[in-house]
Design a protein around this ligand. Structure first.
Ligand code: GAL
Length: 418
C-alpha cells in the first residue's frame, strides 16, 4: 500500500470514528410528560438518572396539568407540525388512538427479549399492545379509588376509618367541628371526574360501575343509583373550602399534609407528595380505599410510547423502554411515585404499607373480577366520552345544573360523544 492510499484510508477511518462518536454523543430522548409536582418530578428523576448513566441524554418536555389533558393538547400540536417528541407519557385509550394512526414505534423485539408477555398483566397489555404488537412500555399501575387522611385529624375524630358514604359524611362533619377544611378538593374537570368515579363505585358497586361507565349504558347513566351518586356529590361539595375552584391536586394534598384539611380523595400519586414532605404512612397519614369501595380497584397505567421518528433515534428509544421495564427500576420508581409495579414478578418488600396494600388490592381485584379502568384517567372510554362526562359532572358539582338535569344530560352527552 502506498502512502497516499494509506493516508486516504486512515482519514476515512478517522472520519467514521468521528461520525460514530458524534452519533453516540447525540444519543438522547426528548420526553413529553406531565409529571411536574414535587413527588412526580422526584420519581421521574429516577428514570432520567438511569438513562444518563447509560449515556442517553434527556431533553425534558414537561406540560403541567394533572391527568395529562394539557400534555395531550401539546402533543397534538407537535405532531401536527411534523415534529413529534421521541417518547411520550400516555394513558389507556389515548395510546390506542395514536396506535391506530400508525405513528408509534414497534417494541416487539425488546418485549420478546425481556419477556414482557409473561410479566405484564393482561389488563395493562390491553393498552400496551395494538393488533398484537407491543407499542407501549407500562411504567406503573395507579389506582384512583383512595382517600388520604391526615392521621392527627382522624385520631382527633375518633380514629375510625369510614367504610361507606354515611360514615364518610359523619367523619367530614367531625373535621368541620375541628375547624379545618373537611375535604380538600381541586375544582378541575379531571379532579371532579376522579371524585365522581369513586362515588359511582361506592354507591353502585363494581357491577354498576361497569354498566354505567365501561359499557356507558344509558339506563344506568340515568338510573336512581346515579341519582344517589349526584346527590352525594352535591353533599360532598358542602365540605370543600371556598378556594377549591381550579386548584391543582398537589396543592390540595399540601392542605391535608399541613393539617389545614382532613382528607383528600385522589389517586395514589397523592402519596408521592406525602413522601416528598417526609411524612410516613400510619404515622402522619392514613391511606384507605374510598369508603365503600374496598375490594374493588379502578386503575390507570402510565405508559411510554415511542413515536416513529427515524432510525437514528431508535436505539435510545429502545434503551428507554428497556430501562422502564427493569425490575429494579420498577421498585425505585414506584416506591417514590405512589404507584405499584407494572410487572407482576416484583416483590413488595421495599414498598411501604400503602404500597403493599395497593399491590395486594390490585392482585385480589384482578382475581375476583373487581378490577376496572378509571374513566377520569383514560382507561374506561375514549377521550371524547370522558370529556363529555366531565362536562356534566363539573357543571353539576358547581351548581350550574340540577341533579334532574344531570341525569337527563349524562346519557345524551355520552351518546353524542361516542
Ligand atoms: C394521572 C397519572 C399520574 C399522575 C396524575 C396527576 O393521570 O397517571 O401519574 O401524574 O395523573 O397528574
Amino acid at each position: 500500500m502506498n502512502i497516499r492510499t494509506f493516508t486516504k484510508l486512515a482519514a476515512g477511518a478517522a472520519l467514521i470514528a468521528v461520525t460514530a462518536g458524534a452519533a453516540k454523543a447525540q444519543e438522547g430522548v426528548e420526553v413529553l410528560h406531565w409529571w411536574t409536582s414535587g413527588g412526580e418530578a422526584a420519581a421521574l428523576n429516577v428514570l432520567k438518572e438511569n438513562l444518563q448513566k447509560e449515556g442517553i441524554s434527556w431533553q425534558d418536555m414537561p406540560v403541567a396539568g394533572g391527568s395529562g389533558v394539557q400534555a395531550m393538547t401539546a402533543l397534538r400540536a407537535r405532531v401536527t407540525s411534523g415534529d413529534p417528541p421521541t417518547a411520550v407519557q400516555m394513558l389507556g385509550f389515548d395510546i390506542k388512538d395514536w396506535a391506530e394512526m400508525g405513528v408509534l414505534g414497534n417494541l416487539n423485539d425488546l418485549a420478546e427479549e425481556q419477556g414482557w408477555d409473561e410479566v405484564i398483566p393482561a389488563a395493562l397489555q390491553e393498552f400496551s399492545k395494538f393488533d398484537g404488537d407491543w407499542i407501549a412500555a407500562p411504567v406503573n399501575v395507579h389506582s384512583t379509588n383512595w382517600l388520604w387522611l391526615n392521621k392527627a385529624a382522624l385520631d382527633k375524630a375518633g380514629g375510625e376509618a369510614p367504610k361507606n358514604m354515611d360514615e364518610l359524611f359523619a367523619l367530614l362533619d367531625k373535621f368541620k367541628e375541628q375547624g379545618i377544611t373537611p375535604l380538600a378538593h381541586g375544582g378541575q374537570p379531571w379532579q371532579d371526574g376522579t371524585l365522581w368515579e369513586s362515588v359511582v363505585l361506592s354507591v353502585g358497586g363494581m357491577d354498576f360501575y361497569k354498566k354505567a361507565v365501561i359499557e356507558a349504558d344509558p339506563e344506568a347513566l340515568s338510573s336512581d343509583t346515579m341519582r344517589q351518586v349526584f346527590d352525594d356529590m352535591s353533599k360532598l361539595r358542602t365540605y370543600f373550602d371556598p378556594n377549591f375552584s381550579g386548584r391543582d391536586w398537589n396543592l390540595s394534598t399540601a392542605l391535608v399534609i399541613e393539617g389545614k384539611a382532613g382528607a383528600q380523595q385522589m389517586g395514589d400519586w397523592s402519596k408521592g407528595e406525602w413522601l416528598r414532605a417526609d411524612k410516613k404512612p400510619g404515622e402522619d397519614f392514613v391511606c384507605i380505599r374510598f369508603p365503600g369501595t374496598q375490594g374493588s380497584v379502578l386503575f390507570n397505567s402510565d405508559q411510554f410510547v415511542m413515536f416513529d421518528v427515524g432510525e437514528d433515534k431508535r436505539d435510545a428509544q429502545l434503551k428507554m423502554a428497556g430501562a422502564v421495564e427493569d425490575p429494579a427500576f420498577q421498585i425505585a420508581f414506584n416506591t417514590v411515585k405512589g404507584s405499584v409495579p407494572a410487572r407482576t414478578d416484583v416483590p413488595d418488600t421495599e414498598f411501604d404499607d400503602c404500597g403493599k396494600k395497593g399491590m395486594k388490592d390490585l392482585a385480589e381485584a384482578a382475581a375476583s373480577g373487581n378490577l376496572a379502568g378509571s374513566l377520569a384517567h383514560g382507561h374506561a372510554q375514549p377521550s371524547a366520552v370522558k370529556e363529555a362526562v366531565f362536562d356534566v359532572v363539573t357543571q353539576h358539582l358547581n351548581g350550574q345544573i340540577t341533579t334532574d338535569q344531570a341525569l337527563e344530560r349524562l346519557p345524551q352527552a355520552v351518546a353524542s360523544a361516542q
